[in-house]
Ligand binder design. Structure first.
Ligand code: EPU
Length: 337
């Protein structure tokens, strides 16, 4: 375990690049080090915040607690047969590096999730999803430690309570559990998922797209739509796509013909928040150093020196407008600290 650092600057550790400090910061390279860390910190009675790449966080204040940054990087092959492999990956791997590594070894399934910023450990917390795939489809179990008891746990897929951009880990709060690794089941036989219309359209002219082709197409779509996080501070989708009843969606569609929506189980419908925000005239709009990205209205960007508070205030104006025009309350995907 590296030394615990005090008054640690987080500016470079959150993809929004907003200024913030943590009272304490500790990296975790081996699960075994956690016991030592917990006993060193327990008496301080401060909250924990587990932080991967900081790609889904917005700091509006300094964090008066302990940031725990897992850097666990080990892999294990747990099982292999002619169809599948079951693999363990430490929570500290960069997500996209892990996807690349799997594809290079001929382990398929994660290709639609290419290019998502963040770490392996954060993937199940958020239940990351894109282009027709959610990580829960490939998660066998999640390993971690309950930070309140110090107990090591393995939660199977069902126990993770995965939902749309959520899981038991998110529901419990990001300071109560640290993911130390994820067990994936991946395919050895390629079976590409082109269910997302935009991806299907991009692959239209290809005869037999491979998982590697899918990765390339996904990365290209992302490049066209989403800001490059290494240039513009952002945290991907700021809001979730709201879920409403089918009758509400149908009534809205009468009033706003052309409103897209995706039918969901149990008579619900998902409406793209990007469309709602765009209709309110926010797409591409900028106020000072905060703005909405020009090709994807779900993404808020820090163009320079915006603070977390400025970004939050900007997002609240958007929520207000969407609520006034459509009667829909947007829910944040980004976690505000
Ligand atoms: N749309 C607009 N204007 C916009 C953006 C979107 O009208 O500015 C409408 C269009 O009708 C478009 C539809 O929304 O066809 C869907 O847009 P897109 O394919 O960009 O997907 P999304 O629903 O806006 C979600 C995820 C993204 C993920 C994409 C692709 C959420 C909150 N966001 O966005 O995830 O990459 O689908 O699967 O579910 C993230 O979570 O950080 C993220 C980027």
């Amino acid at each position: 375990m590296k030394m615990i650092q005090e008054n640690f600057l987080l500016d470079k550790l959150n993809t929004f690049c907003v200024p913030a400090k943590a009272r304490y910061y500790a990296t975790l390279e081996h699960v075994e080090d956690l016991e030592e860390l917990l006993s060193a910190m327990r008496y301080k009675d401060l909250p924990f915040l587990v932080m991967g790449a900081g790609s889904n966080l917005l700091f509006v204040h300094d964090f008066d607690g302990i940031i725990l940054h897992p850097l666990i990087k080990e892999t294990r092959l747990i099982h292999e047969d002619e169809h599948d492999v079951v693999l363990f990956a430490g929570s500290g791997f960069n997500w996209d590096d892990w996807v690349t590594d799997c594809l290079e070894k001929g382990f398929y399934g994660l290709e639609n999730l290419s290019g998502i910023p963040g770490t392996v450990g954060a993937a199940p917390v958020q239940n990351i999803g894109a282009y027709g795939v959610e990580v829960e489809d490939f998660v066998v179990a999640v390993e971690g430690v309950d930070l309140t008891t110090g107990e090591q746990l393995i939660l199977d897929n069902e126990a993770c309570h995965f939902g749309y951009r959520t899981s038991v880990f998110k529901q419990k709060g990001s300071g109560s559990f640290v993911v130390t690794g994820v067990i994936f089941r991946l395919r050895k036989v390629p079976e590409v998922n082109l269910s997302y219309p935009q991806l299907a359209a991009a692959a239209e002219t290809m005869r037999n797209p491979s998982p590697v082709d899918v990765r390339r197409l996904v990365k290209e779509i992302r490049r066209q739509k989403l800001p490059d996080t290494s240039v513009f501070g952002n945290a991907g989708s700021f809001f979730k796509n709201p879920l409403v009843s089918k009758s509400v969606a149908a009534a809205l569609q009468q009033e706003f013909p052309g409103m897209p929506f995706y039918p969901q189980p149990e008579n619900m419908a998902k409406i793209p928040a990007g469309w709602l925000i765009e209709q309110c005239g926010w797409k591409g709009r900028r106020e000072g150093d905060v703005g909405i990205w020009k090709t994807q209205a779900l993404v808020i960007v820090n163009y320079g020196h915006a603070t977390g508070e400025e970004i939050l205030a900007f997002s609240e104006k958007i929520c207000k407008d969407v609520d006034e025009k459509f009667g829909i309350t947007l829910e944040r995907e980004v976690q505000v600290v």
